[in-house]
Design a protein around this ligand. Structure first.
Ligand code: AMP
Ligand code: MG
Length: 365
């Protein structure tokens, strides 16, 4: 969730994207004025939450869609200002600055999300843990300062990583967060999912019934696709360049969230160090998984789970998934016999494997 200085390449990209978005809106509105019945599409892109956010809406009334789109973008900015560790005035930064010395009053939404993060921490036995903030900061992956931390500092951050020590206190005067001394919270593993849910809520209120919300790979689709009914979402191939898919998920009214080591990493002496940490070692998770996609109606849950399962590895993830209701998954793991794709039974019909070198498994346990 870095508010960085943009590179020239990125600014050019944004400018082109912005022009494209304006053109799309313009063309859409023109269509309406001529009374055409074909569906209107409006789309906008922006750099938010440390990633490229793209929202696409479909309907009949371009003016209404454009207003909803503006509202959605404002909502993302509002929530980023509450939840980002890279914004000094955010609720999370206030909590981290207090460093456990006193309880910090936060918005009801921040309190809710920290509560959710702690709930998933407990359910995943600490594979998900928002108190990895100290570890995340030391590694600095995705920043100019990325590097292997000093062992003493890493050990110290590791000893402070414990979700059980965070309290969410509900008082008449509001919600307060109290951490242990020195702890640092990072909601990077769950915030995009929460923002996606909130955007969806807003779009429903605005009367939008067909939409694709893409927060840097954290996707939610609403209604059906105007082209084909089901939305066909390509799942990024973990070993191939961006835009190459290993499979397609055919879905409607659901959130599809992927975690993978290829999303953010740095390379040193031929070793890739990625951004999803094992809270028991303080190092990037070394599990056998290369990509985890969770399909769930609720995007907050899908986001927390994609990160957690990535840390848990294939076998633990499969037995954990058996205990969950209404959560589907597509997991990619490298095994001695080759790359396997585990797909939960109920999702098998909705998934199309594209890479002939991968093999689907549906029943590992
Ligand atoms: P995601 O891309 O959703 O898997 O989330 C990765 C982000 O979550 C990282 O960039 C960190 O900010 C944070 N994070 C890393 N490891 C963990 C973990 N084990 N539990 C919770 N959050 C994590
Ligand atoms: Mg996540």
């Amino acid at each position: 969730m870095k508010k960085s200085k943009y590179s020239l390449k990125f600014i050019i990209y944004l400018t082109v994207a912005a022009i494209a978005a304006v053109l799309i809106i313009y063309l859409s509105l023109t269509k309406i004025q001529t009374g055409s019945q074909s569906p209107v599409k409006v789309q906008r892109e922006s750099y938010r939450l440390g990633t490229i956010v793209r929202i696409t809406l479909y309907g009949n009334d371009g003016v209404k869609l454009d207003k909803a789109l503006g509202g959605a973008m404002d909502e993302i900015e509002r929530l980023e200002n509450l939840l980002s560790v890279n914004i000094a005035s955010s609720d999370v930064s206030l909590v981290n600055r207090a460093s456990g010395n006193y309880p910090v009053k936060v918005s009801e939404e921040t309190g809710f999300l920290i509560g959710k993060a702690l709930e998933w921490s407990k359910r995943t036995g600490g594979a998900f843990d928002p108190t990895v903030g100290g570890i995340v900061k030391l590694w600095g992956i995705g920043t100019k300062k990325a590097g292997i931390p000093e062992p003493v500092l890493l050990q110290q951050a590791l000893s402070l990583t414990d979700f059980r020590k965070v309290l969410v206190i509900h008082e008449k005067s509001g919600t307060f967060i109290k951490t242990a001394k020195g702890q640092r919270i990072d909601l990077g593993g769950i915030a995009k999912g929460y923002v996606t849910d909130k955007v969806k809520e807003l779009l429903v209120k605005e009367g939008v019934s067909s939409a694709l919300i893409d927060l840097g790979g954290n996707i939610a689709v609403m209604g059906s696709s105007p082209k084909s009914g089901k939305w066909k979402l390509g799942l990024q191939h973990p070993f191939m360049p961006r835009g190459e898919y290993f499979g397609i998920a055919e879905v409607s009214d659901v959130s599809v969230v992927t975690s993978g080591p290829y999303e953010r990493y740095f390379e040193l002496d031929g070793v890739k160090y990625h951004h999803i940490f094992d809270p028991t070692t303080g190092y990037p998770s070394q599990s056998d998984l290369n990509s985890v996609t969770i399909i769930s109606e609720n995007s907050t849950d899908a986001d927390a789970l994609s990160t957690a399962l990535f840390v848990m590895g294939l076998d633990k993830s499969v037995s954990f998934l058996h205990k969950l209701k209404n959560i589907e998954a597509v997991l990619v793991a490298k095994k001695p016999q080759g790359t396997i794709v585990y797909v939960t039974q109920n999702f098998r019909k909705a998934f199309v494997l594209k890479d002939p070198d991968m093999k689907i498994e549906t029943a590992l346990q």
